[in-house]
Design a protein around this ligand. Structure first.
Ligand code: MN
Length: 722
């Protein structure tokens, strides 16, 4: 497929269509900056990488979102996939956009084990949801990102396609659904179906195409009948006839175990009318014309779905005996049904785009207080994302919708946390019932409380909603948490000692608070508890500290051996776009045998194969990757430690020899010691292993020189074990 590069001007046109006062300058700057940072990068499809952020921005523009969100769409992959740093981004675009981009930057794990990948996936989802509570734009951008990735999924290999499609079905489509974004949800589901069941997808599409052709006349006929009927009764309406989306038909075939030829209600009509009374009026007229199917009339006007969806639904038996579905709603309701939370972002005169309190609190319920392991988190998330709903009432007639299987405990926590904590029983439809009774549609529930009651562990088995589960768990964990903090502190102290860092100092330098924040914890205490509960691995936690400590004392801090000038000098086999840098403990040079180790967030550290550090402590076999020298050009800085007899002209002699070998001296630090001994700490540029060896030979031969050492060789005394 050759997707042409979307034009910035087209996106701008969409935006100014709904928001004439948009900040064109901001959008253009974001676009240009993204183009610059992604320059030279290529997607798996072979297209320029820039296609992706442009398409994501376009999807966001089609959702009619605000400037800030669209600008972030252009920039959303910068921190993850380019050299742009947080500081630079903040300087260019400010705190707000940088915050959004940070929230969208995944933790990645190169670990191959399923458990490690699953844990990283859970953590990514958890962080994204947390960030979305603060600003729902995070999840809107993530959905746009996922949508474009799903549209271009075909270029990946099969295993990745299946994994991403499954994740889309389990997490992102349900989230889109719960946020009321019907259009995005439908497209995600259809694309997931294509990659999860390609054969069936193709067969179904083909069959649908044939039936659509056959049904065209029927659709036209029913449409004109409805239009005429409504006109005669002075209800103006827009009538749309359509074939249902593929995934919903497929689900139906699966559920009923039938073939497509036996599915009749793949036709659906939508009536968009002016007012609520017209909705009911139209429903009555439809029922006069065609007989309704019993049990299929649904009034989501009086009782909106939890995602705020409102519509009247009915199924009727059509002119030739085939059933079809009719949905009736107002224009506003249709807007909400198709675009959900994004509809709230529409610019109203002079108003800031608003949050949607109801849906945000639902998001909060999904993530708050989760103390268990990542797999449990994902399972409970999935359960809460795809509920079949039951509608229940308080004695005062307030409606609460729950996932099927919800019990009076869920109901009690829904009323109020305090009611939940103290509930002892429930009266359902006037009868006293046990707490584990599953609530049914239409139940009127009254909760009985006692001040002496407290939550118990078996409540976790009885409650099904994330909200109740989290509250119960939080209560039960209060005592356990104190213990976990203590355990976490001890573990952290021990681990810090191992790598020669003081916990006290970390705290004073506020590094600990920073690490806590990076892992999504607001307080140091929560971080320690997480360590104590075993939810974060200490290795991951401390990796950045190890990385930033200088491992080798190098001559001059200013001029220490620099990173490889170009990322392309060393490449990781099979993965050209990973960042690499030369480890400072051994400074490998072209010609050396090298191995790569994946560090957290900084790319791949390249060590000499015989560097003793590579086998130590933090490095584990899963992190090792094969690397190779690419087309090498340029100079590599190498520290040299030269000892010599202290006599005049030594430095001149040394620098002359270096010049003679074409090795540029970048810095030099001289010292004299007792016993007529002098030392020089130099940083010289060489172009590879052979060049260095030659230089060493020449310098060692120089009269007066006693030793020449470099951390680049393996026998160096500079090496300190981590
Ligand atoms: Mn992306």
């Amino acid at each position: 497929m050759t997707e042409t590069l979307p034009r910035f001007e087209d996106i701008l046109e969409i935006v100014s269509g709904y928001n004439p006062e948009c900040d064109e300058d901001l959008l253009r700057r974001a676009y240009v900056y993204s183009a610059m940072a992604h320059r030279g990068q290529v997607r798996v499809s072979g297209e320029p990488y820039l296609v992706h952020p442009l398409e994501v921005a376009r999807i966001l523009a089609e959702m009619h979102l605000d400037d800030l969100t669209i600008a972030t769409g252009f920039l959303h992959d910068l921190l993850e996939d380019t050299w742009v740093s947080e500081e630079e981004l903040e300087e260019q675009f400010g705190e707000h956009i940088t915050g959004l981009v940070k929230a969208l930057t995944k933790i990645t794990t190169m670990e191959q084990s399923y458990a490690a990948r699953a844990a990283a996936q859970a953590e990514n989802v958890r962080r994204m949801l947390l960030a979305s509570i603060a600003d729902v734009r995070v999840i809107l951008i993530k959905l746009a990102d996922r949508l474009h990735n799903m549209r271009t999924l075909g270029y990946l290999h099969e295993e990745a396609r299946r994994r991403i499609a499954a994740e889309t079905m389990e997490i992102y489509a349900p989230i889109a659904h719960r946020l009321g974004m019907g259009r995005v949800k439908a497209e995600l589901e259809d694309l997931a179906l294509l990659h999860q069941h390609p054969e069936e997808y193709r067969r179904l599409t083909e069959q649908m195409r044939q039936r659509e052709a056959m049904a065209a006349a029927l659709i036209a006929e029913i449409r004109s009948m409805i239009t005429k009927l409504l006109e005669e009764n002075s209800i103006s309406a827009e009538v749309r006839g359509r074939i249902k989306h593929l995934h919903s038909i497929w689900t139906k075939l699966r559920r009923q175990g039938i073939g497509l030829e036996r599915v009749y209600d793949f036709l659906a009509f939508r009536l968009i009318v002016g007012t609520v009374p017209h909705c009911y009026g139209a429903l009555g007229l439809i029922h006069q014309l065609w007989r309704p199917v019993p049990g299929r009339i649904k009034d989501y006007l009086a009782m909106p779905k939890p995602n705020a969806y409102q519509s009247l639904h009915t199924s009727v038996i059509g002119p030739e005996g085939q059933p079809f579905e009719v949905q009736i709603r107002t224009k506003d309701m249709d807007e909400i049904a198709e675009r959900g939370i994004a509809a709230h972002w529409l610019y109203k005169e002079g108003k800031e785009p608003g949050q949607d309190a109801e849906r945000v609190s639902w998001l909060r319920g999904l993530v708050e207080g989760h103390q268990e392991n990542p797999r449990d988190f994902l399972n409970s998330l999935k359960l809460n994302l795809y509920p079949e709903e039951v509608y229940t009432f308080t004695p005062k007639g307030e409606v609460f919708a729950f996932a099927r299987g919800a019990t009076p405990i869920d109901f009690a926590y829904r009323v109020h946390t305090e009611v939940g904590q103290h509930c002892v029983g429930a009266r359902i439809n006037g009868k006293l019932m046990p707490l584990r009774t599953a609530l049914a549609n239409g139940d009127i529930v009254e909760i009985l409380t006692s001040p002496n009651q407290v939550p118990s562990r078996d409540w976790l088995e009885i409650a099904v909603t994330a909200r109740a589960q989290n509250k119960i768990r939080a209560w039960l964990n209060r005592g356990e948490k104190e213990q976990a903090v203590e355990t976490g502190r001890k573990l952290l102290e021990r681990e810090c000692r191992k790598i020669g860092v003081s916990l006290k100092q970390l705290r004073e330098e506020e590094r600990l608070a920073q690490i806590a924040a990076e892992h999504g914890y607001g307080k140091e205490e929560d971080l320690l508890a997480a360590v104590g509960f075993g939810r974060i691995s200490l290795r991951d936690l401390l990796a950045p500290l190890v990385r930033t400590r200088p491992v080798t004392p190098v001559p001059s801090p200013k001029d220490r051996a620099a990173a490889v000038p170009e990322g392309s000098v060393i490449t990781v086999k099979g993965q050209r776009d990973l960042l690499t840098y030369r480890a400072q403990c051994c400074n490998p040079l072209p010609g050396d045998e090298i191995v790569g180790y994946i560090t957290r967030g900084k790319g791949v550290a390249v060590h000499a194969a015989n560097c003793p550090n590579v086998r130590k402590l933090l490095f584990t076999a899963e992190r090792e990757v094969e690397v190779e020298w690419g087309g090498v050009t340029g100079a590599f800085s190498v520290p040299l430690h030269v000892s010599f007899e202290d006599r005049p002209g030594m430095l001149a002699a040394i620098s002359q020899e270096a010049n003679g070998e074409n090795a540029n001296i970048r810095s030099c630090h001289l010292a004299t010691h007792e016993g007529q001994l002098g030392t020089a700490d130099l940083v010289v540029d060489v172009n590879g292993r052979d060049h260095l060896e030659k230089l060493l030979v020449v310098l060692r031969r120089l009269p007066g020189v006693t030793t020449v050492e470099t951390s680049v060789t393996t026998q160096t005394r500079h090496l300190r074990v981590l």
